[in-house]
Design a protein around this ligand. Structure first.
Ligand code: GCU
Length: 455
């Protein structure tokens, strides 16, 4: 847990302190608090009606549950039962009836609705150069996605995207799109990857290039800031013309996912990239963004969902590790729509019409790999088993669509790869990172994308 806290602090500091002074952070927190309170006002919730979440520090009196025997009893919504109580039995009923219900429930209660009037984005190629990624020759393109802000010129949105392809590629290559960073912050060294790379293994970037595949990185903060103070700017603020969100408006996760879909639009125009073979990947809050992006954009062919925890593939009803109350607090509510706060005040997580297994189900029939680290190194905030159960309980939908589920409902021992099927899972022995699972992910992805070349 200690390590997780350190890494989380580091992650947060990438997005906040490396860019802002202490005064600026205080001001961000103040504006965030004011935005949070105005949202409570819109929802008719008094601040005292919000239940506080448990602490991520295991030694605190109100520490989050870390004991399996203390997990509550809960009933998951059935992904195959319609709101009118009828069970669906065919793939066509899934597509025409049940899936749209689940999509709407997630939008109204958790992630928010993407507005219809988002202005267009124009991708400008800022630079193209030959480069080396470790031992591999590559071509780097840097793009700037300029969003048309003629409707509200006070807010500018420019999406940063890097695209790396093998220098010697002779045809379009598969690409993994990561939510992450490629620009250095301040005077810092360029960040190579978020997380820990297993000792002795090449970086994920080299592993992909060695396969003849490419990768791309989208910077989430260039789409939407990672705090409540930023909700009146970024793509959310631009569409709202600088005004506060309404309770069902989209949060940062869907905004980041929208950015990934815009990157996908670009890939469809880039002859060096095979837009039919694009995976989406991320760790932690970006693991949440990755599964949301995959759920809502069918063009992502594979997913690699790293330690996504609560708000990702972890069952929200499960009392273990991070809880809805934490997600709905002023530090994280901006990832979701305002309505979500209701489930940490007047309502409870059991009142949610959907749970995380149905988010995984929205990705069906496309293959999804769920990754998590070890409790000893990563800590238990993420709730590895809860993350697994999100995948395991999506099984009925994958089966209905003629695909194979995880193959077991039993939480596997650490390191055991469950990678035979379209829902895959592996808990690696490392920390808060997708790092130690890359080689397993690539081997699994080869089944769908072909082995590519290897050198
Ligand atoms: C916090 C947060 C998690 C999130 C993580 C991160 O720990 O509670 O939900 O996944 O930060 O993104 O680093």
């Amino acid at each position: 847990m200690k390590q997780l806290l350190v890494i989380i602090t580091t992650l947060c500091s990438f997005s906040v302190s490396a860019q802002y002074s202490k005064t600026a952070i205080d001001s961000i927190n103040k504006i965030t608090q004011a935005d949070y309170e105005q949202m409570l006002g819109q929802l008719g919730i008094k601040p005292t009606e919000c239940r506080p979440g448990p602490s991520g520090n295991p030694s605190d009196a109100h520490a989050a549950n870390r004991l399996e025997e203390k997990v509550n009893q809960y009933t998951l919504p059935d992904p195959l039962i319609l709101k009118d109580g009828k069970k669906i039995t065919t793939a066509s009923e899934w597509w025409s009836k049940r899936r749209p219900e689940i999509v709407a429930d997630f939008e109204e209660t958790i992630y928010g609705i993407v507005p219809k009037n988002i202005p267009p984005i124009k991708w400008d190629i800022v630079s193209v150069k030959d480069t080396m990624i470790g031992n591999y020759k590559a071509k780097e393109k840097i793009l700037n996605g300029v969003v048309d802000n003629s409707s509200y010129p006070n807010i500018k949105v420019q999406v940063s995207l890097q695209v790396i392809t093998p220098a010697d590629a002779t045809s379009a290559v598969p690409v993994v799109l990561e939510f992450g960073f490629f620009h250095p912050f301040g005077n810092a060294e360029p960040i190579k990857a978020i997380g820990i790379i297993s000792a002795g293994e090449p970086t994920w970037k080299e592993q992909l290039l060695s396969r003849g595949w490419g990768y791309s990185i989208i910077e989430p903060n260039s789409v939407q800031a990672d705090n409540g103070a930023g909700l009146r700017s970024g793509i959310i603020g631009l569409v709202n013309k600088g005004q506060p969100r309404k309770p069902a408006d989209w949060g940062a996760l869907r905004a980041w996912a929208w950015g990934a879909s815009k990157a996908m639009d670009y890939f469809e125009t880039d002859k060096e990239v095979d837009a039919k073979r694009i995976a989406v990947e991320g760790i932690s809050r970006y693991g949440k963004a990755a599964v949301v992006a995959m759920a809502y954009d069918p063009r992502f062919s594979l997913g690699f969902i790293g330690s996504s925890g609560a708000g990702g593939t972890k069952i929200l009803r499960r009392v273990f590790g991070e809880q809805v109350e934490n997600l709905a607090s002023s530090g994280e509510y901006h990832w979701f729509c305002g309505n979500f706060i209701q489930y940490a005040s007047k309502l409870t997580p059991d009142d949610l019409p959907v749970d995380a297994h149905e988010l995984v189900a929205l990705c069906a029939p496309r293959p999804i790999f769920i990754s998590v680290g070890s409790p000893q190194v990563e800590g238990q905030w993420i709730d590895a088993k809860g993350v697994f159960l999100g995948g395991a309980n999506a099984g009925p939908v994958y089966r209905l669509l003629g695909k194979k589920d995880l193959g077991t409902m039993e939480f596997p021992t650490i390191g055991m790869p469950l990678v035979e099927n379209e829902i895959a899972f592996r808990q690696h022995a490392g920390g808060h990172s997708t790092g130690p699972n890359w080689s397993t992910w690539i081997a699994w992805a080869c089944r769908y994308w072909g082995a590519g070349k290897y050198y």
